[in-house]
Design a protein around this ligand. Structure first.
Ligand code: SF4
Length: 289
């Protein structure tokens, strides 16, 4: 039986982000809670039995207290994950190194045009952000597992081979690399005509990639596989899941009691199975020196 301690709960600590990506999944415009309001909710998560927390957004590092929140969760006993574009990662690495288990950073292209096409003008240099991080990490005593994420769409399907080849020549090896078929969810729904990609085209490309790069820890998920496959806590503590092209509200971590929270998540065998399948990579965490 899948237990709360095994589920990675994604906590959107802010819905703010100024990068304006075309494929963004967030629900913008939900007000942030304060540090003082958040800490008791992390306590409640722990009391209920959760042991894995993902700090996401929006851009979580836009909150001044993001390191404080990760530190608090780590000290309580959570496995910690941070999903970020990575602009602050090297800068904050010394503070994060002992309190963060995983970081997830996006890379969707290795040229400006693809980055702009799939994300935004402000993300045009994202491949350099990743490159600088992976070069820099080779010279420090890093203990944080690195996961790259690539959203596969019509804008980059023919460039994936070049992207993996380019990253695998960088001096630091990542511990996981997830490829996701574009999902028209949240803000991204508006861009479906430009970005949507056929499932079988996506799967063919994934198999080729895996064969061509057997040493790179590549894995993937289709839109269907990702549907209902992650439990998200919004900045207002609503617990939601992606459900088709929308989100469905399950409960609220602050206001609802333990029984309601557990039954709304773990009482649904589809959610349980899909979350298990989608988040297997977190179990492959390595102890890094
Ligand atoms: S996808 Fe991430 S980086 Fe892009 S706008 Fe959304 S939150 Fe910001």
């Amino acid at each position: 039986m899948y237990k709360p301690e095994e589920l990675l709960l994604d906590f959107r600590i802010t819905s703010y982000c100024n990068l304006g990506c075309d494929l963004c999944f967030r629900n913008p415009g939900i007000s942030d809670n304060t540090t003082t309001e958040i800490l008791p909710v992390i306590d409640k998560m722990y009391q209920i039995g959760f042991r894995k927390i993902g700090f996401t957004g929006g851009e979580p590092t836009s909150r001044k207290d993001y390191i404080e929140l990760i530190k608090y969760a780590k000290r309580k006993g959570f496995l910690t994950y941070l999903s970020t574009v990575g602009h602050r990662f090297s800068m904050d690495h010394a503070q994060l190194n002992d309190i963060l288990d995983w970081v997830g950073i996006p890379i969707d292209g290795i040229d400006k045009d693809v980055n702009i096409d799939i994300r935004s003008e402000k993300m045009s240099n994202q491949h350099h952000v990743v490159k600088n991080i992976l070069k820099w990490l080779s010279g420090v005593n890093n203990k944080i597992n690195i996961k790259l994420t690539t959203v596969v769409s019509n804008a980059n399907i023919n460039k994936l081979h070049d992207i993996v080849s380019w990253v695998s020549r960088l001096p630091y090896s990542v511990q996981s690399w997830r490829f996701y078929q574009f999902c028209p969810l949240g803000v991204g729904k508006e861009k479906r005509e430009k970005l949507e990609i056929d499932k079988y085209v996506f799967l063919d490309e994934m198999r080729t990639l895996k064969e061509d790069f057997p040493d790179v820890p590549i894995s993937w998920a289709t839109f269907e596989e990702r549907d209902k496959a992650n439990v998200v806590m919004e900045p207002n503590f609503d617990i939601i899941i992606p459900d088709g092209e929308n989100y469905t509200l399950l409960c609220n971590m602050k206001n609802d009691d333990k029984e309601k929270i557990l039954s709304s998540i773990f009482g649904n065998p589809i959610i349980v199975k899909k979350c298990q399948d989608n988040r297997f990579w977190i179990e492959q965490q390595r102890v890094l020196k």
